[in-house]
Write a protein that binds this ligand. Structure first.
Ligand SMILES: [Fe+2]
Ligand SMILES: [Fe+2]
Length: 246
């Protein structure tokens, strides 16, 4: 890590000349994600990682941040840089505060518009947590609100359930334990996350995603407890070739 005040230089990353800020941010996010994932999976050094959960998360946050910035007229550079760098210190306590401090050093040494660094700093600082983002009024500036929403949106929806079930902590769980993990995550852990959204488009889609993930775990529970049970009002069309001969 660079000494304070000397700018950011990491010989293992591309763009050491300070050009191409987004490539550098992406490469740093990739590298730090991998470090976290390697610790979590705890496999031999040359074994491939079964699932790069942090990297998948960060890429989704970047995509959400870019879309929200365009939709809401926010500073896209600041939103995208903050999204790439928001979890670079995820392994440490207060990863928002520590990540923001490092992000400032990183961006200072690149061609990133220097007057936007302060916005990235605030956005990363304020993104920590699962449901406390909005409180009484939206986070400010808008770019901080967008990073919060982009990050927390990834926690909601059916794809997120597939995501958590692909992580190291789920690897040895039985099918029933997987259902219980999906239920506790949905009904307890992220129960208030949708309502923490700052921006109208994120709040709208978060509520839809949450409703759908609740329906998903309820369906899973019903099919587990009653394998021949049918949901109310269902009239599945069974192909004639599948019917039991009379
Ligand atoms: Fe984070
Ligand atoms: Fe995150």
């Amino acid at each position: 890590m660079a000494a304070p005040g000397l700018g950011y230089r990491d010989a293992s990353l591309p763009c050491r000349d300070g050009q191409g800020w987004e490539n550098l941010c992406r490469a740093l996010a990739d590298k730090r994600s991998r470090q976290e994932e390697e610790l979590d999976w705890n496999l031999p050094a040359d074994a491939p990682l079964p699932y790069r959960y942090r990297w998948e998360h960060v890429k989704d946050v970047v995509e959400n941040a870019r879309l929200l910035a365009r939709r809401l007229g926010a500073d896209e550079d600041a939103c995208v840089a903050a999204a790439w760098l928001h979890d670079i210190r995820k392994l440490e306590d207060q990863h928002g505060r520590r990540g923001a401090a490092e992000a400032v050093q990183v961006l200072k040494a690149t061609d990133f518009p220097q007057h936007k660094i302060g916005t990235v700093d605030i956005a990363i600082r304020l993104h920590e947590g699962f449901s406390s983002g909005r409180r009484d009024r939206p986070l400010e500036p808008l770019e901080a609100a967008i990073l919060w929403d982009a990050d927390k949106l990834t926690k909601l929806g059916v794809p997120q359930l597939a995501h958590i079930l692909g992580t190291a902590r789920a690897m040895h769980l039985s099918q029933v334990e997987r259902l219980e993990l999906a239920e506790s995550y949905t009904l307890e852990f992220v129960a208030r996350t949708a309502e923490s959204m700052n921006t109208e488009p994120a709040l709208r889609i978060a509520r839809i995603r949450y409703r759908e993930m609740v329906a998903f775990v309820q369906t899973w529970r019903r099919q587990t407890e009653n394998p021949f049970g049918e949901p109310e009002g269902s009239d599945p069309q069974v192909p004639a070739s599948s019917r039991t001969p009379a």
